[in-house]
Design a protein around this ligand. Sequence first.
Ligand SMILES: Nc1nc2c(c(=O)[nH]1)N[C@H]1C(S)=C(S)[C@@H](COP(=O)(O)O)O[C@H]1N2
Ligand SMILES: [Mo]
Length: 543
Amino acid sequence: MADRRSGKRFIAWAALAGLISGAVFLAVAELFALLVARAASPVLAVGGFVIDIVPQPFKEFAIATFGEYDKIALLAGLGLAVVIASAIAGILQLVRAPLGVIALGIAGVLSTAAIVTRAGVTPLAFLPPVLGTVAGTVILVLLIRRLRRWREAALAPAAAKKPAVDPSTPPITKPSPTDLAPADTKVGVSRRGFFGLAAIAGISAVVVGVASRAVSMTVSSVESIRKALKLPTPNSTVTIPDGAELDVPGISPLFTPNEDFYRVDTALTVPTIDPDTWRLVIDGMVDERVEMSFQDLLDMGLDEYVITLTCVSNEVGGELVGNAKWLGVPIRDVLAKAGVKSGADMVLSRSVDGYTASTPLASLTDDNLDAILAVAMNGEPLPLEHGFPVRMVVPGLYGYVSATKWLTELKVTTFADDEAYWTPRGYSAEAPIKFSSRVDTPKLGEAVEAGRIPIAGVAWAQSVGIDRVEVSIDNGEWTPVTLSKAINDDTWVQWFMEWDATPGTHYVAVRAINKNGDTQIEERAPIAPNGSSGWQRSLVRVN
Ligand SMILES: Nc1nc2c(c(=O)[nH]1)N[C@H]1C(S)=C(S)[C@@H](COP(=O)(O)O)O[C@H]1N2
Ligand SMILES: [Mo]
């Protein structure tokens, strides 16, 4: 009788193990949904799937019954289903292993299917439900294994619990606890084994799951604020001259679309800032500390700028460079509000996530250099990944020393007193862009057909300007190529030449000459400490 009662007790603990595994499944899925694919939350995807398949009369019934709470009712119903299903999975795993694991696997397959068939998902959307299933299964197997060990110890024959004591031989020494009740101890140890893991897994699942979902919801609410944001019309726009964009297949477009724009930062998750609560502080060596709201910044009046951004990590021929139209305000006007004290030579800009950049003060106060606080990129508010709501853009300096995203503070200071994020990590405190040129087509490693084909690419020398680009084929003469009409000296230019490609393997080398008459450095340099250099030489196979 006692055995049957305690047997039932283990069924209840198996249900708890199932619940915890279900929670781990969802928590891991939510975490990876946040990290790699926002739309891939299993609960939301299954909920969306239910909404899509439920017949119209039932939807009307739900709306009539729950009113505006219909979605909450749906989520509550789904939650209840998850609770019941995972409890059953736990029980199945105890009484008929591996049925519990199979049940969890089916739930994993169904939620993966619900996610990947949704509109607008990314290629990695399968990862959250799959990793969630794996984590949930591992926890289920481990918990039920421990539960079994505990049950075996608890249901062992009663005789084992009370060892027979021979009265004729009184114990000489005090018996140790294990001698006294070996089975009881085993029961205790195995019970603690079960509850220990159950508690750790359960608590971490709740913490990770709730935190990930909360962050995902903040991100989507800031994303909708951004979408609804109407920026004032700029006072001036940049005229794009005729001939600024070449019509050559395979060349980089003159403006890099936001979704293709390279992204480089130290942020594990993209900071989400509501422009209404955003503040910029200008402090340090200033006459008066100034604090500005987003509206204060917009009220200064926006102008349009076209500036090409480059990362210090861009290898020769690399992709970490992009050109955009920005709307913004000159940083010199913002600094003037606070009044810069003499003796300062640097501005340490800080991001909400603690990242800092050191920019020479002179680059920010120069009347002839368009160093700006940008709020828009290619016709829309800055994308969250590119610094929403406000970032810096400074022509001629690598991004890490000038292009702080999610900007929150400008501290006027000196290079002697302050250090930026990358300075103690092997990069120079000051880093002007080394002007460079790149071949876009023919693509590296791609064979081309013999005949007349274009060789084309881009070249940049921000703040100075490109004078000409030259190409040498098979180590022959350097020949000037055709340039697009430059928008200004802060943007890249496109270049191209016609080439009569003959079958075989050919070397194509490119170099730029800037408007100061300097030729692009031939000597190769690594990206650290202040940017790569060298001429791009590519091997082209012609069939
Ligand atoms: N807050 C913050 N801003 C940052 C960085 C960063 O890590 N954190 N990286 C910088 C670097 S190294 C570069 S090259 C540019 C890249 O800007 P993008 O991601 O918009 O292309 O941002 C700069 N601004
Ligand atoms: Mo960078």
